[in-house]
Design a binder for this molecule. Structure first.
Ligand SMILES: [Fe+2]
Ligand SMILES: [Fe+2]
Length: 171
């Protein structure tokens, strides 16, 4: 554990930061798997564009998990050691895909990103002015999640519009 590095944390217990980070760590692994499996099972119109986006997001969530695991270790904690722990500690849960259609998959994913945005926004408020390193990391991740929501929403709206136009032109 980085003694001097951790001595700059003030006004919050390090164990509390570790607990909060482990909950986010669980979210990231579940989000990674959700994107991974969605990209495999998705069906329907314009699915290739959606698969490309889902695959990019999966890589980002795995990168977030890596950042968080490294920070937990730096703080002297241990990242959750078993996948069974992910479902116990997650903030956002896991939305098992039930409907494999592109629009349903995008809607599930948008909900997930909205939960991630709320989670990281709360986490940023908690560590602000107390743990600058965690705050900076959380801010970067939060910016990614905001971008993720926007990318998915834009795809969703494009596809919805395309389908509407198609229906009109077919009559
Ligand atoms: Fe993430
Ligand atoms: Fe995300």
């Amino acid at each position: 554990m980085a003694v001097r590095g951790n001595s700059i944390i003030k006004g919050i217990e390090i164990s509390e930061i570790i607990n909060l980070l482990n909950k986010a760590y669980a979210d990231e692994w579940l989000a990674y798997y959700q994107y991974f499996i969605e990209a495999k099972i998705i069906k329907g119109i314009m699915k290739d564009a959606v698969i490309a986006e889902l695959t990019l997001h999966a890589a980002d969530e795995l990168r977030h998990a890596t950042l968080i695991a490294d920070r937990i270790i730096q703080l002297g904690g241990s990242p959750l050691l078993s996948p069974q722990e992910w479902l116990k500690h997650t903030n956002c849960g896991y939305a098992e895909p039930k409907n494999f259609d592109v629009v349903a998959i995008l809607q599930d994913s948008i909900k997930g990103e909205q939960c991630a945005i709320s989670t990281y926004s709360t986490l940023a408020d908690i560590v602000k002015d107390k743990d600058i390193i965690t705050y900076n990391m959380v801010s970067q991740i939060l910016a990614d999640e905001v971008e993720h929501e926007e990318d998915l929403q834009a795809l969703h709206d494009d596809i919805a519009e395309f389908v509407l136009d198609l229906k009109k032109s077919i009559g």
